[in-house]
Design a protein around this ligand. Sequence first.
Ligand code: ZN
Length: 326
Amino acid sequence: MLVLLCGRMGASAVWHSELQAWVAGKQYSLLVDWARDNDFTIWWLKKDQALQLNNHSSKILLTVDSCDAEVNGVQVRLLFPVLNRGGVVFLAQLDLDTTLQPILSPPGNRPGATIKSICLDPGHGGKDPGYQVGSYVEKRYTLLLAQELRQQLTRAGFKVMLTRTRDTLVELSERAVLAEKRNADLFISLHFNASPSSANSVQGSEVYCLTPAGAPSTNAEGQGAGAGSFLGNRNNEKNIFLAYELQKSLTQNLGVEDRGVHRARFVVLRDAVMPAVLIEGGFMSHPTEGRKILDPEYRRQMARAIVNGILNYKRVVEPSAKVPAH
Ligand SMILES: [Zn+2]
């Protein structure tokens, strides 16, 4: 049963207007204030546990004490969990500013700044094979996907460059530098996943963008560690909107399981001066999805979904620009 929350939260908002909570040093804001400012109506889907927010164009699902959110049907991982204090719901200000707001009201490019050139970054290469499943190595399939994507993007009117065109090792720190040198407008790193310990159950796509300063990454190990600010943080808002459009297109057009939009401090994302994302296109370790990744026709479909996501992003950030024929 849907229980209307607005009345009760509205009453709370009188008491708590301008109220902000500090939890473990993080600034939280009243969800009801943000919802009102953005014309959202709020319901408890399950009392004190799950919420729905609707306005004329968007639908958001939130879960108390969880970072799992759904925005217009796409899984988006929040930086901090949703809090419920006696029926009053709080969301981290950093999530309102750098997760929800840029997806719902994407920032436009400055006049004349059109998206013409795209740098594709096939993950791994040379002595770095990436994931290895049986005799199949990730580096081979990221390059094959990049080559297919280059063809399709070129046909769609984009100028396309690759950080590697052969089975060679390109240092992580060089990849974003190459994109900058060649004046790329977008940077898209391509990877495939593997989960040998749960091969039969784990599948689907994920898209990563750079973690905002002061927030933890989904991937907290290795390159995900640290909380500093990097060059790539200048594009926080465009990064997440691009990641969202790509994940939406992959899940809707390819029908893969939606593992969500995530944040990480991968080297290639930290150093990018243009909007940048890292796509994990699927699990090589899954019996069905793994077989598909080896199939050129499936990679063609995946490339089409990525092109579609890029075109949707372009359409929104360049409202008056002409989109090249696809
Ligand atoms: Zn990889």
